[in-house]
Design a protein around this ligand. Structure first.
Ligand code: ZN
Length: 142
């Protein structure tokens, strides 16, 4: 079991996450981060726990905004660099946009920029963006 960390709330396997990504999402002071160790993130959408480090557990209601992997509503942000929500991507799809480039153009956002410091997973949004867009396009066709 070495190296595999389990969420203490739901028992599912967690992912590693950069500390800067955790800090970017916290509502209050970040003194929770004094503990030594590595942050993990639970991406199970049925679990309220988001970040874990040793005995520190941060739940989704302690974060600044809804995180896309915990929240299925249209308010969940997908692109953190430009604050594009799922609802906005949906609107773009309803107006005929089919690629991420078209969505950015429709919403009048430049495609440049990096999500990695703002994104709760500490990664660029591009994969999640594409995934969300593909799901919404599929919904539209069906
Ligand atoms: Zn969990």
């Amino acid at each position: 079991m070495k190296g595999i960390l389990i969420c203490p709330t739901c028992g599912q396997q967690t992912l590693k996450v950069k500390e800067e990504a955790v800090k970017g999402q916290l509502l209050g002071p970040t003194n929770l981060t004094c503990e030594k160790g590595k942050w993990q993130v639970c991406v199970n959408d049925n679990c309220d726990t988001v970040y874990i480090k040793n005995k520190t557990v941060i739940r989704k209601d302690e974060l600044k905004s809804a995180v896309f992997f915990k929240d299925k509503t249209d308010d969940a942000l997908i692109c953190y660099c430009y604050k594009i929500s799922k609802g906005e991507i949906k609107l773009a799809v309803e107006h005929g946009c089919q690629t991420t480039g078209e969505v950015y153009k429709y919403l009048n956002k430049s495609k440049k920029g990096s999500c990695s410091s703002n994104n709760p997973l500490g990664k660029s949004c591009s994969n999640v963006f594409k995934h969300t867009l593909n799901l919404l396009l599929k919904d539209k066709v069906l």
